[in-house]
Design a protein around this ligand. Structure first.
Ligand code: SAM
Ligand code: SF4
Length: 326
């Protein structure tokens, strides 16, 4: 699929649930989370149907996300079925890792291609402060388990908040000691993220260079399907990456669309632009009708975000990240 700006769209992020076992301060409120009724969430067969149609339109890569995808039962069978769809080359998943220890084998056996584990800190108190829950041990056990399956590529995602106790160097050390990539994701002013400034790519690079020496831009083969820019550091097994939507806007290379857990097709993270696919599915829409609606949505995909400007209020997304899927 080519959008109106000439961008090739081949990547679909699917949020399979709005529920989560953490309450990260930049993503969800501490209390009073309004969970949508389960009947409003797309069922497995509905997700698979959308994916079959998307694959016919040119989507080749799928990322499962949430909320926390592993709190929804049946992730491994879903991965297995997605991998059987002709045209789907890669299925990956992003998780906070808490439930990974018991699910990793099933996911690997189902053919999962890649795993992103979110880990903002290795400091126990800081983890509790950021995630508002005490599950660092479970997350680390999840990472250890994932490392037993080298066929599933592993990346660690960290959102730098600018608080010293987060100790970003300690997170980066995982890429020194293990063959995994550690990526720093710039805070985005979406939902609860609006209350934080976070750290820019330049600030993180300065901090890491002070400790580990020069970060050299990586020029080798492409790693993954996204906008991450990678660096190598002498003596490191893995790479250090940066996804910097604000300080290094990458909308011109955007290759993705998103499906919320309630079946809304979102064409840009910042805006409400898109179409309600669940409505079409549940009122008996045909595959051809769904295809037309997906292409209509694509024809209106915004050119880019306007996080640093004043975007029109009525078109701006009010959902928080846990509802969109990141
Ligand atoms: N629960 C899973 C996890 O944490 O990986 C998947 C969903 S979570 C919404 C996906 C990613 O979005 C996580 O890496 C999280 O750190 C990131 N995220 C959440 N809110 C964000 C924000 N305001 N700015 C940047 N990244 C954010
Ligand atoms: Fe849950 Fe992921 Fe959001 Fe943290 S970032 S609250 S783990 S959805």
């Amino acid at each position: 699929m080519i959008d109106r700006c000439g961008r090739k769209i081949d990547y679909l992020r699917i949020s399979v649930t709005d529920r989560c076992n953490l309450r990260c301060i930049y993503c969800m409120p501490e209390e009073g989370v309004k969970m949508v009724d389960r009947s409003c969430i797309l069922q497995e067969q509905e997700i698979l149907r959308v994916c079959r149609i998307m694959a016919e339109l040119g989507i080749g890569k799928i990322k499962l996300t949430g909320g926390e995808p592993l709190v929804r039962p049946g992730m491994a069978p879903l991965v297995r079925q997605l991998k059987r769809i002709p045209g789907i080359e890669k299925v990956t998943l992003t998780t906070n890792g808490i439930l990974l220890k018991s699910q990793m084998k099933g996911l690997a056996d189902a053919g999962l291609d890649g795993l992103n584990i979110s880990l903002d800190t290795l400091n126990e108190n800081c983890y509790k402060k950021i995630a508002r829950r005490d599950y660092l041990r479970e997350t680390m056990e999840g990472i250890q388990e994932a490392m037993k399956y080298p066929e599933v590529s592993l990346k660690i995602n960290c959102v730098p908040l600018g608080i010293p106790e987060q100790d970003l160097c300690r997170v980066a050390v995982l890429a020194r000691d293990y063959p995994i990539h550690v990526r720093f994701i710039e805070m985005m002013p979406i939902g609860y993220g609006k209350d934080f400034r976070g750290m820019s790519e330049e600030e993180v690079i300065e901090l890491l260079e002070d400790r580990f020496g020069t970060l050299v831009p990586y020029q080798g083969e492409r790693l993954g399907s996204g906008p991450c820019r990678y660096y190598t550091i002498g003596g490191f097994c893995g790479k250090i990456g940066f996804i910097s939507a604000i300080s290094h806007k990458f909308c011109r290379e955007c290759n993705r669309i998103r499906l919320t857990s309630q079946g809304y097709l979102k064409t840009c993270l910042q805006y409400t632009a898109g179409r309600d696919l669940r409505e079409v599915i549940r009122t008996g829409g045909t595959d051809e009708e769904l295809k037309c609606i997906i292409l209509e949505a694509l024809a209106e995909k915004p050119e880019g975000h306007a996080f640093l400007e004043k975007a029109p209020e009525d078109a701006t997304e009010k959902l928080c990240m846990s509802q969109i899927g990141g």
